[in-house]
Design a protein around this ligand. Structure first.
Ligand SMILES: O=C(O)CCC(=O)C(=O)O
Ligand SMILES: [Fe+2]
Length: 321
C-alpha cells in the first residue's frame, strides 16, 4: 500500500504553536461569498503524484465490465441513492444525466450494513478510499472551525454537532464519459448538496462544474488535483443563512472524460441542529427570515424525497414559518 500521509499534511489552519494561519482567510472568505472554493495547493498536497491511488481505484472501478460494476448495486429502497446506478430520474421524457456513479457510506462504521455496495474490485478500493476519508475529515473539521471563527461565532459552533463515532460521511465516485452532444444533456442535474460540507476532487479534466450566479451559469475555475469545498444546505441552516449552499451542476464535454470523488460530511442523523442567532440587522448577507431547528435525518429525508427540484427549494423546509 502506498503512503497517503502526504495528502493533507499542509491542510492545517493553525501553525505548530496553535496560532491561526493567515492563509486560511481567502478560503473562508470565498466560501462565505459564493459557497464554493478550491483549497490552494499550498494547503493540500493533493496533486497527481501524491495521491495516485484514489485516482487509480476510482478509474479501476469504472473500468470494470458492466456486469462487475452491477455487483455494487445497493438497495434502491434506501433513500439516499446508495450503490451503483442512476442519479435522480426526473421524468421519462427528459434525458438521464450523462454519468456513471457509485455511492457508499464510509462512516459511521457499519452504517451501510446489508447494502454491500463497496466494490470488491479493485481489491484495495475500500482501504484506499477509507484512508482518504479519514484525512479529508480533518480538513473539514478545521474548515468548520475556521468558518465559525470567521463569523465571530464560538469556535465549535458548527463542529459541535459532529462526533468521531457517529458522524456520517457518504462517498460518491462519479464518472462522466465523453458526450457526443453536450448540448443535449448534463453530467449532473442542477442541485444543492444536502450536506454540511462537501469535499471534491476531480481527475483527468476540469471545466465541467458550474454554479449559478446572478442567473448565469459560471464554470468554476478549479484546477485538477486540488480539493474543492462546497457549502451544503445543512451548513446554510446552521449558520442561519450566513453561508449559502450554491446551486450547481456538471456539464458534459465532447471527447473529454472526467472523474470526481465527492465526500458529503454530516452530523449523526438524529442530531438536531439549531441555527445560530441572526447577526445584526445591518449584515447584508442575511435574508429577512431565518431558519428553524431541524433534525439532520429529517432534513435529508425531505431533501431526497423532493429532489430533483427545478430551483433551490428543498431548504425552504427549514425556513422559519
Ligand atoms: O463532479 C463534480 O464536479 C460535482 C459532483 C457533485 O456536485 C455531487 O456529486 O454532488
Ligand atoms: Fe453536488
Amino acid at each position: 500500500m502506498e503512503n497517503h500521509e502526504g495528502y493533507f499534511h499542509e491542510a492545517s489552519f493553525t501553525d505548530p504553536e496553535g496560532n491561526p494561519r493567515t492563509s486560511k482567510v481567502p478560503v473562508v472568505q470565498e466560501l462565505a461569498r459564493q459557497g464554493l472554493n478550491h483549497l490552494p495547493k499550498r494547503f493540500i498536497r493533493a496533486n497527481n503524484t501524491q495521491h495516485p491511488s484514489v485516482k487509480d481505484v476510482v478509474k479501476g472501478f469504472f473500468g470494470l465490465s458492466f456486469e462487475d460494476k452491477k455487483r455494487s448495486v445497493g438497495s434502491y429502497a434506501s433513500i439516499d441513492n446508495m450503490g451503483y446506478g442512476r442519479n435522480f430520474v426526473k421524468s421519462e421524457d427528459e434525458p438521464l444525466d450523462w454519468i456513471d456513479r457509485l455511492t457508499m457510506k464510509a462512516a459511521p462504521v457499519g452504517g451501510d450494513e446489508g447494502l454491500n455496495v463497496w466494490p470488491q474490485n479493485p481489491p484495495n478500493f475500500k482501504a484506499v478510499i477509507e484512508k482518504y476519508v479519514k484525512q479529508a475529515r480533518n480538513v473539514m473539521d478545521e474548515l468548520l472551525e475556521a468558518l465559525a471563527e470567521a463569523f465571530s461565532l464560538e469556535r465549535n459552533a458548527f463542529l459541535k454537532y459532529f462526533n468521531p463515532e457517529n458522524s456520517e460521511m457518504n462517498v460518491r465516485v462519479n464518472y462522466y464519459p465523453p458526450c457526443p452532444r453536450p448540448d443535449l444533456t448534463l453530467g449532473l442535474t442542477p442541485h444543492t448538496d444536502g450536506s454540511v460540507l462537501t469535499l471534491l476532487i476531480q481527475f483527468e479534466a476540469s471545466g465541467s462544474l458550474q454554479i449559478l450566479k446572478d442567473k448565469q451559469w459560471l464554470t468554476l475555475l478549479w484546477p485538477s488535483h486540488t480539493l474543492l469545498v462546497n457549502v451544503g444546505d445543512l451548513l446554510e441552516i446552521m449558520s442561519n443563512g450566513r453561508l449559502k449552499s450554491p446551486w450547481h451542476r456538471v456539464v458534459t464535454q465532447m471527447d473529454v472524460e472526467r472523474f470526481s470523488v465527492a465526500l458529503f460530511y454530516n452530523p449523526p442523523s438524529r442530531v438536531e441542529i439549531e441555527p445560530e442567532p441572526k447577526p445584526n440587522q445591518d449584515d447584508d448577507a442575511m435574508e429577512e427570515d431565518g431558519f428553524e431547528k431541524v433534525v439532520v435525518g429529517d432534513y435529508l429525508q425531505h431533501f431526497y424525497r423532493v429532489s430533483p427540484t427545478d430551483e433551490k427549494k428543498a431548504i425552504i423546509y427549514a425556513k422559519a414559518k
